[in-house]
Ligand binder design. Structure first.
Ligand code: ZN
Length: 580
Protein backbone atom coordinates (compact mmCIF):
# COMPACT_ATOMS: atom_id res chain seq x y z
CA UNK A 1 0.00 0.00 0.00
CA UNK A 2 1.35 3.37 -0.99
CA UNK A 3 -0.18 6.06 1.06
CA UNK A 4 0.95 8.84 3.30
CA UNK A 5 0.97 12.55 3.03
CA UNK A 6 1.52 12.71 -0.72
CA UNK A 7 -1.53 10.62 -1.43
CA UNK A 8 -5.17 11.21 -0.86
CA UNK A 9 -7.71 8.37 -0.74
CA UNK A 10 -10.92 8.93 -2.68
CA UNK A 11 -13.88 6.65 -2.49
CA UNK A 12 -16.65 6.09 -5.04
CA UNK A 13 -19.66 3.98 -4.28
CA UNK A 14 -21.06 1.77 -7.02
CA UNK A 15 -24.37 0.04 -6.62
CA UNK A 16 -24.04 -3.67 -7.37
CA UNK A 17 -26.34 -4.95 -10.14
CA UNK A 18 -29.64 -6.51 -9.11
CA UNK A 19 -28.40 -10.02 -9.86
CA UNK A 20 -25.70 -9.74 -7.18
CA UNK A 21 -27.70 -7.92 -4.51
CA UNK A 22 -29.12 -10.90 -2.63
CA UNK A 23 -25.76 -12.69 -2.36
CA UNK A 24 -23.94 -9.54 -1.33
CA UNK A 25 -26.53 -8.66 1.31
CA UNK A 26 -26.32 -12.16 2.76
CA UNK A 27 -22.54 -11.86 2.90
CA UNK A 28 -22.84 -8.48 4.63
CA UNK A 29 -25.32 -9.87 7.16
CA UNK A 30 -23.03 -12.80 7.95
CA UNK A 31 -19.92 -10.66 8.28
CA UNK A 32 -21.72 -8.05 10.36
CA UNK A 33 -22.59 -10.77 12.87
CA UNK A 34 -18.91 -11.80 13.03
CA UNK A 35 -17.63 -8.22 13.32
CA UNK A 36 -20.10 -7.47 16.10
CA UNK A 37 -19.28 -10.66 17.99
CA UNK A 38 -15.58 -9.75 17.65
CA UNK A 39 -16.25 -6.24 18.93
CA UNK A 40 -17.99 -7.64 22.01
CA UNK A 41 -14.90 -9.75 22.72
CA UNK A 42 -12.46 -6.93 21.96
CA UNK A 43 -14.21 -4.21 23.93
CA UNK A 44 -12.71 -5.17 27.32
CA UNK A 45 -9.31 -5.03 25.56
CA UNK A 46 -9.74 -1.44 24.36
CA UNK A 47 -6.53 -0.34 26.12
CA UNK A 48 -4.58 -2.70 23.86
CA UNK A 49 -5.46 -0.42 20.96
CA UNK A 50 -4.33 2.77 22.67
CA UNK A 51 -0.62 2.47 22.06
CA UNK A 52 0.72 3.81 18.75
CA UNK A 53 0.99 0.93 16.39
CA UNK A 54 1.73 0.80 12.69
CA UNK A 55 0.52 -1.87 10.31
CA UNK A 56 -2.91 -3.13 9.44
CA UNK A 57 -5.57 -3.36 12.12
CA UNK A 58 -6.41 -7.01 11.41
CA UNK A 59 -2.97 -8.18 12.61
CA UNK A 60 -3.65 -6.53 15.90
CA UNK A 61 -7.04 -8.19 16.20
CA UNK A 62 -6.02 -11.74 15.25
CA UNK A 63 -3.30 -11.64 17.90
CA UNK A 64 -5.95 -11.03 20.51
CA UNK A 65 -8.87 -13.23 19.46
CA UNK A 66 -9.86 -15.93 17.00
CA UNK A 67 -12.86 -15.70 14.72
CA UNK A 68 -16.15 -16.03 16.61
CA UNK A 69 -17.58 -17.84 13.55
CA UNK A 70 -14.93 -18.90 11.01
CA UNK A 71 -15.73 -18.92 7.28
CA UNK A 72 -12.26 -18.99 5.84
CA UNK A 73 -9.08 -17.40 7.08
CA UNK A 74 -9.02 -14.41 4.70
CA UNK A 75 -12.70 -13.75 5.30
CA UNK A 76 -11.88 -13.50 9.02
CA UNK A 77 -8.96 -11.16 8.33
CA UNK A 78 -11.28 -8.81 6.46
CA UNK A 79 -13.78 -8.93 9.31
CA UNK A 80 -10.94 -8.41 11.79
CA UNK A 81 -9.74 -5.40 9.80
CA UNK A 82 -13.23 -3.89 9.94
CA UNK A 83 -13.47 -4.49 13.71
CA UNK A 84 -9.88 -3.33 14.31
CA UNK A 85 -10.45 0.02 12.60
CA UNK A 86 -13.48 0.62 14.81
CA UNK A 87 -11.44 -0.25 17.91
CA UNK A 88 -8.63 2.10 16.87
CA UNK A 89 -11.12 4.92 16.40
CA UNK A 90 -12.58 4.25 19.85
CA UNK A 91 -9.10 4.10 21.39
CA UNK A 92 -8.38 7.58 20.04
CA UNK A 93 -11.55 8.85 21.68
CA UNK A 94 -10.64 7.15 24.93
CA UNK A 95 -7.23 8.87 24.94
CA UNK A 96 -8.96 12.20 24.56
CA UNK A 97 -11.47 11.28 27.25
CA UNK A 98 -8.60 10.65 29.65
CA UNK A 99 -7.25 14.12 28.94
CA UNK A 100 -10.64 15.69 29.46
CA UNK A 101 -11.81 13.61 32.42
CA UNK A 102 -9.99 15.55 35.18
CA UNK A 103 -11.62 18.72 33.84
CA UNK A 104 -15.15 17.42 33.83
CA UNK A 105 -16.94 19.39 36.45
CA UNK A 106 -20.42 20.34 37.50
CA UNK A 107 -19.72 23.76 36.03
CA UNK A 108 -20.24 22.21 32.61
CA UNK A 109 -23.89 21.74 33.40
CA UNK A 110 -26.28 24.65 33.58
CA UNK A 111 -28.73 23.89 36.39
CA UNK A 112 -32.45 23.66 35.81
CA UNK A 113 -34.43 26.85 36.33
CA UNK A 114 -38.15 27.63 36.07
CA UNK A 115 -37.69 28.80 32.52
CA UNK A 116 -35.24 26.21 31.18
CA UNK A 117 -34.45 22.58 31.85
CA UNK A 118 -30.90 21.63 32.84
CA UNK A 119 -28.41 21.79 29.97
CA UNK A 120 -24.79 22.26 29.03
CA UNK A 121 -22.95 25.39 30.09
CA UNK A 122 -21.26 25.96 26.79
CA UNK A 123 -19.20 28.94 27.87
CA UNK A 124 -17.52 27.00 30.69
CA UNK A 125 -16.97 24.03 28.39
CA UNK A 126 -15.45 26.26 25.76
CA UNK A 127 -13.03 27.85 28.24
CA UNK A 128 -11.96 24.48 29.64
CA UNK A 129 -11.39 23.13 26.14
CA UNK A 130 -9.39 26.18 25.16
CA UNK A 131 -7.13 25.69 28.21
CA UNK A 132 -6.66 22.05 27.36
CA UNK A 133 -6.06 22.83 23.74
CA UNK A 134 -2.92 24.78 24.56
CA UNK A 135 -1.39 21.43 25.49
CA UNK A 136 -2.46 19.79 22.26
CA UNK A 137 -1.32 20.09 18.67
CA UNK A 138 -2.77 22.93 16.66
CA UNK A 139 -5.16 20.68 14.82
CA UNK A 140 -8.79 21.42 14.12
CA UNK A 141 -9.73 17.76 13.90
CA UNK A 142 -8.38 16.86 17.35
CA UNK A 143 -10.27 19.81 18.71
CA UNK A 144 -13.55 18.60 17.23
CA UNK A 145 -13.08 15.13 18.63
CA UNK A 146 -12.42 16.65 22.02
CA UNK A 147 -15.52 18.78 21.86
CA UNK A 148 -17.53 15.78 20.79
CA UNK A 149 -16.22 13.66 23.68
CA UNK A 150 -17.09 16.43 26.14
CA UNK A 151 -20.61 16.62 24.72
CA UNK A 152 -20.97 12.89 25.15
CA UNK A 153 -19.85 13.16 28.78
CA UNK A 154 -22.36 15.96 29.40
CA UNK A 155 -25.17 13.92 27.87
CA UNK A 156 -24.22 11.16 30.28
CA UNK A 157 -24.38 13.60 33.17
CA UNK A 158 -27.83 14.84 32.17
CA UNK A 159 -29.15 11.28 32.33
CA UNK A 160 -27.20 9.92 35.33
CA UNK A 161 -26.54 12.99 37.44
CA UNK A 162 -22.76 12.44 37.49
CA UNK A 163 -19.87 12.43 35.06
CA UNK A 164 -18.51 9.10 33.88
CA UNK A 165 -15.34 7.95 35.65
CA UNK A 166 -14.23 5.86 32.69
CA UNK A 167 -14.73 6.09 28.96
CA UNK A 168 -16.44 2.72 28.86
CA UNK A 169 -19.02 3.97 31.32
CA UNK A 170 -20.42 6.39 28.78
CA UNK A 171 -19.64 4.44 25.60
CA UNK A 172 -21.27 1.09 25.05
CA UNK A 173 -19.74 -1.50 22.72
CA UNK A 174 -19.75 0.18 19.29
CA UNK A 175 -21.58 -2.28 17.07
CA UNK A 176 -22.13 -2.09 13.32
CA UNK A 177 -25.70 -1.07 12.64
CA UNK A 178 -25.46 -1.94 8.95
CA UNK A 179 -23.24 -4.36 7.11
CA UNK A 180 -19.71 -3.26 6.20
CA UNK A 181 -16.77 -5.35 5.09
CA UNK A 182 -13.44 -3.99 3.97
CA UNK A 183 -11.38 -6.28 1.80
CA UNK A 184 -8.14 -4.69 3.01
CA UNK A 185 -7.35 -7.79 5.06
CA UNK A 186 -7.17 -10.00 1.97
CA UNK A 187 -4.31 -10.58 -0.47
CA UNK A 188 -5.31 -8.01 -3.07
CA UNK A 189 -7.64 -7.96 -6.07
CA UNK A 190 -5.71 -10.53 -8.10
CA UNK A 191 -4.87 -13.10 -5.43
CA UNK A 192 -7.63 -12.46 -2.90
CA UNK A 193 -9.17 -15.48 -1.19
CA UNK A 194 -12.34 -13.71 -0.15
CA UNK A 195 -12.73 -11.47 -3.20
CA UNK A 196 -11.24 -10.81 -6.63
CA UNK A 197 -11.40 -7.44 -8.26
CA UNK A 198 -10.05 -6.34 -11.61
CA UNK A 199 -10.33 -3.10 -13.49
CA UNK A 200 -10.24 -2.58 -17.24
CA UNK A 201 -9.30 1.08 -17.42
CA UNK A 202 -9.65 1.36 -21.17
CA UNK A 203 -13.11 -0.13 -21.26
CA UNK A 204 -14.14 1.70 -18.08
CA UNK A 205 -15.32 -1.52 -16.47
CA UNK A 206 -14.56 -3.59 -13.40
CA UNK A 207 -15.26 -7.18 -12.44
CA UNK A 208 -15.89 -8.39 -8.91
CA UNK A 209 -15.98 -11.93 -7.57
CA UNK A 210 -16.69 -12.65 -3.94
CA UNK A 211 -17.34 -15.47 -1.51
CA UNK A 212 -20.72 -15.49 0.16
CA UNK A 213 -23.14 -17.81 1.98
CA UNK A 214 -26.16 -19.09 0.04
CA UNK A 215 -29.68 -19.37 1.53
CA UNK A 216 -28.67 -22.54 3.35
CA UNK A 217 -25.56 -20.90 4.81
CA UNK A 218 -23.09 -22.74 2.57
CA UNK A 219 -20.11 -20.54 1.62
CA UNK A 220 -19.06 -20.47 -2.01
CA UNK A 221 -17.57 -18.31 -4.75
CA UNK A 222 -19.82 -16.62 -7.25
CA UNK A 223 -19.72 -18.48 -10.54
CA UNK A 224 -19.79 -15.39 -12.75
CA UNK A 225 -18.01 -12.11 -11.98
CA UNK A 226 -20.19 -9.12 -11.24
CA UNK A 227 -19.67 -6.63 -14.06
CA UNK A 228 -19.58 -3.01 -13.02
CA UNK A 229 -19.39 -0.16 -15.47
CA UNK A 230 -17.26 2.64 -14.11
CA UNK A 231 -18.32 6.26 -14.55
CA UNK A 232 -15.79 8.37 -16.46
CA UNK A 233 -14.64 10.24 -13.38
CA UNK A 234 -13.70 6.96 -11.68
CA UNK A 235 -11.84 5.70 -14.74
CA UNK A 236 -9.94 8.97 -14.94
CA UNK A 237 -8.94 8.67 -11.29
CA UNK A 238 -7.92 5.06 -11.70
CA UNK A 239 -5.61 6.07 -14.53
CA UNK A 240 -3.79 8.55 -12.29
CA UNK A 241 -3.91 6.70 -9.00
CA UNK A 242 -3.51 3.37 -7.32
CA UNK A 243 -6.62 1.42 -6.53
CA UNK A 244 -6.92 -0.01 -3.06
CA UNK A 245 -8.92 -2.88 -1.61
CA UNK A 246 -12.59 -2.00 -1.95
CA UNK A 247 -15.18 -2.02 0.80
CA UNK A 248 -18.52 -3.73 0.49
CA UNK A 249 -21.22 -1.84 2.30
CA UNK A 250 -24.93 -1.92 2.91
CA UNK A 251 -26.97 1.22 2.45
CA UNK A 252 -30.39 1.39 4.05
CA UNK A 253 -32.67 3.62 2.00
CA UNK A 254 -35.28 5.92 3.46
CA UNK A 255 -38.03 3.38 2.75
CA UNK A 256 -36.14 0.72 4.72
CA UNK A 257 -34.98 -1.25 1.66
CA UNK A 258 -31.37 -2.39 1.65
CA UNK A 259 -28.86 -2.00 -1.15
CA UNK A 260 -25.33 -3.38 -1.42
CA UNK A 261 -22.72 -0.95 -2.78
CA UNK A 262 -19.03 -1.35 -3.46
CA UNK A 263 -16.78 1.50 -2.39
CA UNK A 264 -14.00 1.67 -4.95
CA UNK A 265 -11.07 3.39 -3.27
CA UNK A 266 -8.32 5.13 -5.23
CA UNK A 267 -5.16 6.69 -3.81
CA UNK A 268 -4.51 9.80 -5.84
CA UNK A 269 -1.37 11.85 -5.71
CA UNK A 270 -1.92 15.29 -4.27
CA UNK A 271 -1.10 18.18 -6.57
CA UNK A 272 1.90 20.31 -5.73
CA UNK A 273 0.56 23.41 -4.05
CA UNK A 274 0.86 26.61 -6.05
CA UNK A 275 4.04 28.62 -5.36
CA UNK A 276 3.45 31.44 -2.90
CA UNK A 277 5.02 33.94 -5.35
CA UNK A 278 2.39 33.28 -7.97
CA UNK A 279 -0.65 33.66 -5.72
CA UNK A 280 -2.58 36.87 -6.26
CA UNK A 281 -6.10 36.11 -5.14
CA UNK A 282 -7.36 34.84 -1.83
CA UNK A 283 -10.76 33.43 -1.07
CA UNK A 284 -11.82 34.12 2.51
CA UNK A 285 -14.81 32.47 4.11
CA UNK A 286 -16.48 32.70 7.42
CA UNK A 287 -18.95 30.44 9.21
CA UNK A 288 -21.93 32.68 9.07
CA UNK A 289 -24.12 33.34 12.03
CA UNK A 290 -27.16 33.67 9.77
CA UNK A 291 -26.26 31.78 6.62
CA UNK A 292 -24.11 28.69 6.52
CA UNK A 293 -21.05 30.25 4.86
CA UNK A 294 -20.12 33.64 3.49
CA UNK A 295 -17.18 34.01 1.10
CA UNK A 296 -15.41 36.82 -0.76
CA UNK A 297 -12.36 37.07 -3.00
CA UNK A 298 -9.60 39.63 -2.43
CA UNK A 299 -6.84 40.45 -4.82
CA UNK A 300 -3.47 41.40 -3.44
CA UNK A 301 -2.51 43.93 -6.07
CA UNK A 302 1.08 44.01 -7.24
CA UNK A 303 0.73 47.76 -7.82
CA UNK A 304 -0.24 48.56 -4.27
CA UNK A 305 0.37 45.69 -1.87
CA UNK A 306 -0.79 47.95 0.94
CA UNK A 307 -4.34 47.71 -0.33
CA UNK A 308 -5.84 44.38 -1.25
CA UNK A 309 -8.97 44.84 -3.30
CA UNK A 310 -12.18 42.93 -3.08
CA UNK A 311 -12.97 41.73 -6.57
CA UNK A 312 -15.95 39.45 -6.12
CA UNK A 313 -19.41 40.08 -4.91
CA UNK A 314 -19.86 38.18 -1.67
CA UNK A 315 -21.11 34.62 -1.93
CA UNK A 316 -23.75 33.82 0.67
CA UNK A 317 -24.52 30.15 1.00
CA UNK A 318 -27.84 29.50 2.66
CA UNK A 319 -29.51 26.25 3.35
CA UNK A 320 -32.92 27.59 2.43
CA UNK A 321 -35.80 25.22 3.01
CA UNK A 322 -33.48 22.60 4.42
CA UNK A 323 -33.58 24.13 7.90
CA UNK A 324 -37.31 23.56 8.03
CA UNK A 325 -37.06 20.01 6.72
CA UNK A 326 -34.40 19.08 9.22
CA UNK A 327 -36.29 20.70 12.06
CA UNK A 328 -39.42 18.75 11.19
CA UNK A 329 -37.49 15.49 11.02
CA UNK A 330 -35.99 16.14 14.45
CA UNK A 331 -39.40 16.94 15.87
CA UNK A 332 -40.81 13.79 14.34
CA UNK A 333 -38.03 11.78 16.00
CA UNK A 334 -38.91 13.34 19.36
CA UNK A 335 -42.59 12.55 18.91
CA UNK A 336 -41.87 8.96 17.90
CA UNK A 337 -39.62 8.48 20.91
CA UNK A 338 -42.27 9.86 23.23
CA UNK A 339 -44.92 7.57 21.74
CA UNK A 340 -42.63 4.55 22.03
CA UNK A 341 -41.65 5.29 25.61
CA UNK A 342 -45.33 5.45 26.55
CA UNK A 343 -45.77 1.79 25.58
CA UNK A 344 -45.16 -1.14 27.96
CA UNK A 345 -41.71 -2.74 27.65
CA UNK A 346 -43.01 -5.90 25.95
CA UNK A 347 -45.34 -4.20 23.49
CA UNK A 348 -44.53 -5.46 19.97
CA UNK A 349 -45.40 -2.02 18.57
CA UNK A 350 -42.16 -0.70 20.05
CA UNK A 351 -40.16 -2.27 17.20
CA UNK A 352 -42.32 -0.45 14.67
CA UNK A 353 -41.48 2.82 16.40
CA UNK A 354 -37.80 1.90 16.58
CA UNK A 355 -37.73 1.25 12.84
CA UNK A 356 -39.38 4.54 12.08
CA UNK A 357 -36.97 6.41 14.39
CA UNK A 358 -34.02 4.83 12.63
CA UNK A 359 -35.48 5.74 9.25
CA UNK A 360 -35.82 9.38 10.32
CA UNK A 361 -32.25 9.53 11.60
CA UNK A 362 -30.94 8.11 8.35
CA UNK A 363 -32.79 10.71 6.35
CA UNK A 364 -31.54 13.42 8.65
CA UNK A 365 -27.92 12.33 8.41
CA UNK A 366 -28.06 11.84 4.64
CA UNK A 367 -29.28 15.41 4.24
CA UNK A 368 -26.43 16.69 6.41
CA UNK A 369 -23.83 14.81 4.43
CA UNK A 370 -25.09 16.05 1.11
CA UNK A 371 -25.28 19.57 2.38
CA UNK A 372 -21.63 19.42 3.43
CA UNK A 373 -20.59 18.18 -0.01
CA UNK A 374 -22.60 20.76 -1.87
CA UNK A 375 -21.30 23.61 0.26
CA UNK A 376 -17.66 22.51 -0.03
CA UNK A 377 -17.99 22.06 -3.78
CA UNK A 378 -19.57 25.45 -4.15
CA UNK A 379 -16.67 27.10 -2.30
CA UNK A 380 -14.11 25.30 -4.44
CA UNK A 381 -15.91 26.22 -7.60
CA UNK A 382 -16.00 29.82 -6.45
CA UNK A 383 -12.25 29.71 -5.79
CA UNK A 384 -11.63 28.21 -9.22
CA UNK A 385 -13.79 30.63 -11.12
CA UNK A 386 -12.04 33.58 -9.48
CA UNK A 387 -8.58 32.08 -9.91
CA UNK A 388 -7.81 31.85 -6.17
CA UNK A 389 -4.91 29.65 -5.14
CA UNK A 390 -5.29 30.30 -1.43
CA UNK A 391 -8.39 29.66 0.61
CA UNK A 392 -8.47 31.17 4.08
CA UNK A 393 -11.19 29.78 6.27
CA UNK A 394 -12.34 30.76 9.69
CA UNK A 395 -10.96 28.21 12.14
CA UNK A 396 -13.37 25.58 13.36
CA UNK A 397 -12.25 26.36 16.87
CA UNK A 398 -14.40 29.44 16.90
CA UNK A 399 -17.50 27.69 18.31
CA UNK A 400 -19.44 30.72 17.18
CA UNK A 401 -23.15 30.09 17.22
CA UNK A 402 -26.09 32.35 17.12
CA UNK A 403 -27.84 31.01 20.18
CA UNK A 404 -30.81 33.13 19.25
CA UNK A 405 -32.88 30.74 17.17
CA UNK A 406 -36.50 30.38 18.14
CA UNK A 407 -38.46 27.15 18.03
CA UNK A 408 -37.40 23.95 16.35
CA UNK A 409 -36.04 25.70 13.31
CA UNK A 410 -33.78 27.81 15.46
CA UNK A 411 -32.59 24.83 17.44
CA UNK A 412 -31.66 22.99 14.28
CA UNK A 413 -29.80 26.03 13.01
CA UNK A 414 -27.94 26.17 16.27
CA UNK A 415 -26.99 22.57 16.15
CA UNK A 416 -25.95 22.78 12.53
CA UNK A 417 -23.77 25.78 13.21
CA UNK A 418 -21.88 24.09 15.98
CA UNK A 419 -20.03 21.06 14.84
CA UNK A 420 -21.10 18.33 12.52
CA UNK A 421 -21.64 20.08 9.23
CA UNK A 422 -18.79 22.51 9.68
CA UNK A 423 -16.32 19.76 10.36
CA UNK A 424 -17.61 17.80 7.37
CA UNK A 425 -17.26 20.82 5.10
CA UNK A 426 -13.82 21.45 6.54
CA UNK A 427 -12.60 17.92 5.86
CA UNK A 428 -13.99 17.90 2.33
CA UNK A 429 -12.48 21.30 1.56
CA UNK A 430 -9.12 20.32 2.94
CA UNK A 431 -8.74 17.17 0.89
CA UNK A 432 -10.17 18.66 -2.26
CA UNK A 433 -7.83 21.64 -1.98
CA UNK A 434 -4.93 19.21 -1.67
CA UNK A 435 -6.04 17.50 -4.84
CA UNK A 436 -6.43 20.74 -6.72
CA UNK A 437 -3.12 22.20 -5.48
CA UNK A 438 -4.93 25.05 -3.76
CA UNK A 439 -3.46 26.18 -0.47
CA UNK A 440 -5.78 26.08 2.49
CA UNK A 441 -5.34 28.01 5.74
CA UNK A 442 -7.19 28.23 8.97
CA UNK A 443 -7.45 31.76 10.39
CA UNK A 444 -8.13 32.78 13.96
CA UNK A 445 -11.45 34.54 13.96
CA UNK A 446 -10.89 36.78 16.99
CA UNK A 447 -12.35 40.20 16.27
CA UNK A 448 -13.26 39.48 12.67
CA UNK A 449 -16.96 40.10 13.26
CA UNK A 450 -16.31 43.40 15.03
CA UNK A 451 -13.75 45.06 12.81
CA UNK A 452 -14.52 47.34 9.90
CA UNK A 453 -13.16 45.72 6.73
CA UNK A 454 -12.82 49.06 4.96
CA UNK A 455 -10.77 51.05 7.48
CA UNK A 456 -9.65 48.26 9.84
CA UNK A 457 -10.92 49.98 13.00
CA UNK A 458 -12.99 48.22 15.67
CA UNK A 459 -16.70 48.45 14.95
CA UNK A 460 -19.93 47.46 16.62
CA UNK A 461 -22.86 45.38 15.45
CA UNK A 462 -26.56 46.20 15.62
CA UNK A 463 -29.84 44.36 15.26
CA UNK A 464 -30.44 45.90 11.84
CA UNK A 465 -29.41 48.94 9.77
CA UNK A 466 -32.68 50.69 10.69
CA UNK A 467 -32.36 54.01 12.48
CA UNK A 468 -34.07 52.99 15.72
CA UNK A 469 -31.61 50.13 16.18
CA UNK A 470 -28.55 52.27 15.60
CA UNK A 471 -28.44 53.60 19.13
CA UNK A 472 -28.18 50.20 20.70
CA UNK A 473 -25.18 48.01 19.74
CA UNK A 474 -25.54 44.29 20.48
CA UNK A 475 -22.76 41.75 20.29
CA UNK A 476 -24.71 39.29 18.18
CA UNK A 477 -26.23 41.92 15.86
CA UNK A 478 -26.33 41.08 12.19
CA UNK A 479 -25.41 44.55 10.92
CA UNK A 480 -21.97 46.09 11.34
CA UNK A 481 -21.66 49.87 11.41
CA UNK A 482 -18.30 51.61 11.52
CA UNK A 483 -18.19 54.80 13.57
CA UNK A 484 -14.91 55.91 11.94
CA UNK A 485 -15.62 55.70 8.23
CA UNK A 486 -19.40 55.15 8.43
CA UNK A 487 -19.18 52.00 6.36
CA UNK A 488 -21.93 49.54 7.18
CA UNK A 489 -22.72 46.04 6.01
CA UNK A 490 -23.86 42.52 6.82
CA UNK A 491 -21.90 41.12 9.72
CA UNK A 492 -21.13 37.77 8.11
CA UNK A 493 -19.94 39.51 4.98
CA UNK A 494 -17.62 41.79 7.00
CA UNK A 495 -16.21 38.79 8.82
CA UNK A 496 -15.52 37.02 5.52
CA UNK A 497 -13.64 40.07 4.20
CA UNK A 498 -11.64 40.21 7.43
CA UNK A 499 -10.75 36.53 7.19
CA UNK A 500 -9.61 37.11 3.61
CA UNK A 501 -7.56 40.14 4.79
CA UNK A 502 -5.80 37.84 7.27
CA UNK A 503 -5.10 35.48 4.36
CA UNK A 504 -3.65 38.32 2.28
CA UNK A 505 -1.44 39.44 5.19
CA UNK A 506 -0.14 35.89 5.53
CA UNK A 507 0.42 35.69 1.78
CA UNK A 508 2.38 38.97 1.72
CA UNK A 509 4.50 37.81 4.63
CA UNK A 510 5.31 34.61 2.74
CA UNK A 511 6.10 36.53 -0.41
CA UNK A 512 8.32 39.15 1.18
CA UNK A 513 10.07 37.26 3.99
CA UNK A 514 9.52 33.63 3.01
CA UNK A 515 8.06 33.06 6.45
CA UNK A 516 4.47 32.53 7.35
CA UNK A 517 3.03 34.40 10.27
CA UNK A 518 -0.47 34.20 11.64
CA UNK A 519 -1.85 37.71 11.96
CA UNK A 520 -4.64 39.01 14.07
CA UNK A 521 -7.13 41.38 12.59
CA UNK A 522 -5.82 44.32 14.63
CA UNK A 523 -2.22 44.02 13.36
CA UNK A 524 -0.97 46.94 11.32
CA UNK A 525 0.07 44.60 8.50
CA UNK A 526 -3.52 43.54 7.97
CA UNK A 527 -4.50 46.13 5.42
CA UNK A 528 -7.94 47.61 5.03
CA UNK A 529 -9.70 46.60 1.89
CA UNK A 530 -11.62 48.81 -0.52
CA UNK A 531 -14.28 47.32 -2.75
CA UNK A 532 -13.51 47.63 -6.44
CA UNK A 533 -16.97 47.00 -7.79
CA UNK A 534 -16.37 48.23 -11.30
CA UNK A 535 -13.19 46.25 -11.83
CA UNK A 536 -14.73 42.98 -10.78
CA UNK A 537 -14.08 40.93 -13.87
CA UNK A 538 -15.07 37.32 -13.58
CA UNK A 539 -12.40 35.08 -15.03
CA UNK A 540 -13.49 32.71 -17.69
CA UNK A 541 -14.08 29.29 -16.21
CA UNK A 542 -10.71 27.57 -15.97
CA UNK A 543 -9.62 25.11 -18.59
CA UNK A 544 -9.39 22.32 -16.05
CA UNK A 545 -12.31 19.98 -16.11
CA UNK A 546 -14.83 21.29 -13.64
CA UNK A 547 -16.33 17.86 -13.19
CA UNK A 548 -13.09 16.86 -11.54
CA UNK A 549 -13.91 19.00 -8.59
CA UNK A 550 -17.41 17.74 -8.38
CA UNK A 551 -16.57 14.13 -8.94
CA UNK A 552 -13.71 13.94 -6.49
CA UNK A 553 -14.35 12.63 -3.05
CA UNK A 554 -17.26 10.63 -1.92
CA UNK A 555 -20.16 10.85 -4.28
CA UNK A 556 -23.25 8.94 -5.15
CA UNK A 557 -22.62 7.58 -8.58
CA UNK A 558 -25.40 5.53 -9.96
CA UNK A 559 -28.63 7.27 -9.55
CA UNK A 560 -28.96 8.09 -5.87
CA UNK A 561 -31.36 10.88 -5.25
CA UNK A 562 -29.99 14.14 -4.02
CA UNK A 563 -31.64 14.87 -0.72
CA UNK A 564 -30.97 18.54 -0.44
CA UNK A 565 -30.25 21.75 -2.24
CA UNK A 566 -28.59 24.91 -1.12
CA UNK A 567 -29.05 28.46 -2.22
CA UNK A 568 -26.39 30.98 -2.97
CA UNK A 569 -26.36 34.65 -3.76
CA UNK A 570 -24.77 33.91 -7.13
CA UNK A 571 -26.47 33.02 -10.38
CA UNK A 572 -28.34 29.76 -10.33
CA UNK A 573 -26.34 28.63 -13.36
CA UNK A 574 -23.40 28.18 -11.04
CA UNK A 575 -25.44 25.86 -8.89
CA UNK A 576 -26.87 23.98 -11.81
CA UNK A 577 -23.40 23.38 -13.09
CA UNK A 578 -22.37 22.21 -9.67
CA UNK A 579 -25.23 19.80 -9.25
CA UNK A 580 -25.33 18.36 -12.75
ZN1 ZN B 1 -14.49 51.79 8.98
Amino acid sequence: MRAGRHYQPLSYDLRLPASAQADALRLLEASRAVVNAALVQLWPLLDEFMAERAGPAWKHVVELIGSPDPHGERQWRCEAETAGRIMRGQAERKLIFQLVQPLLSDGFIRPETDARPAGKNRQTIKEAIERLQKQLSDDDTAFLTMQNVVEQACNYFLVHGEFPATYEQMQSVPLLGVGMLTYAGDDGGAKGQAYRFSVDRDAGAAALLFRFPDETGRWQWRKEPVELSLPDCVTARLKQGIHMAPTLREVVCADGSRVAVLDVIVQVKKSEPVEWESIERVLGFDWGVHGLITAVVLQSTPIDPEHPVQISRPLFVNTGGLDGHQARTRRQIDQLKAARDGLPQDDPKRTVYDQEIRRCWRLYEARNRELAHLAANLLLLFARVWGCSLISGESLKTLKTTGRGKGVRGRWRNYRNTTTIRSDIWKILRYKSHLAGIRFRSERPRGTSHTCPRCGKPAQTYRSPRAHHRADPVKWGRWLICAHCSFNGDRDYCAAVNIARLGVAFLLSMQTTGQGKAFSVTDASVKPCPYMAHGAVLLFPPQTDLSRLIASGKIYLNGWKRACTIRSSYATSLLLRLCS
